[in-house]
Design a protein around this ligand. Structure first.
Ligand code: MTE
Length: 327
């Protein structure tokens, strides 16, 4: 039998006594919040470890678009995940050996419930929903993707942010051995993103654990990534290991890289151009050729819609805010 030496054990594999008690606190908080949590500690894992395994018990969502989803190939081979390289096919090619299990998420900062939680505890108590969402990348292309995930609002509420907490900050795993892109300085690592508490508790954002009814492939951010459908894709951070509640607006990776190009809000907005290109139109990947790399050159163009078409659910979050200044 192979016994791991302490140096071989990644932080995400350790369940300390403290985190065991935090887990109990989280369960109790979930129960108090009226969640459909099962009592006791012996919860079955509902996110299988095997690649392409089916997820059970998924329910459809009222928030899904009725547009036709992109192909599995489009969604899993045309990616942005700089931790695995800069080209669109790098994440697919370089992430296959990445180990998304075991995994835990550290919750810190201004909240009543904090600590280290196993991925299973995050997910098991929640309803798994399929949310077919448009994804609009800041690079002026878009896709329609059938994500499977849990409501971010439900997760945030269970940690009971204190009233002084105004933002929730997310961080991706930092692991230069497994993530070759982190050996270069293409971005400041770990990748950091954030939302206001009002955005994070809106019903639309999800923490995704799957796509096309199956576990999330590594290149799409396994085992846990954010999806915020009314914002440019870079807000939807992958490979999340930390959630931090704070009163300060965080400096995000893209803000640190080029603050005049990538604002904190990053709401999809056809009226505010990126300094180097227009955001008025977008290419729908695979729209006319059945998907794949070929289609990138022939994909049809369409008008970009304010808030990516989700305005009725989110426009009120920005009442009174100048969206040209707060881009
Ligand atoms: N998350 C991390 N950690 N690193 C990244 O480079 N890229 C972002 C976002 N999340 C990125 C990330 C960008 S620019 C986009 S468009 C989406 O992931 C793409 O998600 P997808 O490849 O699953 O379609």
């Amino acid at each position: 039998m192979l016994i791991k030496k302490p140096v071989d054990i990644r932080p995400s594999e350790i369940t300390s006594k403290e985190s065991y008690f935090n887990r109990r606190k989280f369960m109790q908080a979930a129960a108090l919040a009226g969640g459909s949590i099962v009592a006791g500690d012996a919860l079955p894992a509902i996110i299988p470890n095997e690649k392409r395994a089916k997820l059970e018990g998924i329910v459809p969502s009222e928030f899904s678009t009725d547009e036709t989803p992109n192909s599995y190939d489009d969604v899993t081979t045309y990616n942005n995940y700089y931790e695995f390289g800069l080209r669109k096919d790098d994440p697919f090619r370089n992430s296959q050996e990445f180990k998304p299990r075991p995994w835990s998420i550290e919750v810190t900062g201004d909240a009543e419930v904090t600590g280290s939680f196993a991925l299973e505890d995050f997910v098991n108590s929640q309803t798994l929903e399929e949310r077919i969402y448009r994804l609009r990348c800041v690079e002026a292309w878009s896709m329609v993707i059938p994500w499977v995930g849990i409501s971010l609002a439900d997760v945030v509420k269970r940690f009971k942010p204190l009233s002084k907490a105004k933002y929730v900050v997310f961080e991706t795993l930092l692991d230069r051995d497994q993530m070759p892109g982190q050996r270069s300085r293409s971005l400041r690592w770990p990748y950091v993103e954030g939302l206001t508490i009002a955005e994070a508790t809106n019903p639309l954002p999800i923490l995704a654990v799957g796509v096309f009814g199956e576990v999330l492939p590594n290149q799409n951010g396994a085992p846990l990534r954010l999806i915020v459908p009314w914002k440019y894709g870079f807000k939807s951070i992958k490979g999340i290991v930390r959630m931090h509640f704070t009163d300060k607006q965080p400096r995000t990776s893209w803000d640190l890289a080029a603050s005049h190009e990538y604002g904190f809000y990053a709401n999809v907005n056809p009226n505010v151009d990126h300094p180097r290109w227009s955001q008025a139109r977008e290419r729908r990947i695979g729209a006319d050729q059945g998907g794949g790399f070929q289609s990138l050159f022939s994909a049809s163009k369409q008008d970009t819609v304010m808030f990516n078409g989700y305005g009725e659910h989110v426009a009120h979050l920005y009442d009174g805010l100048d969206l040209k200044k707060n881009f």
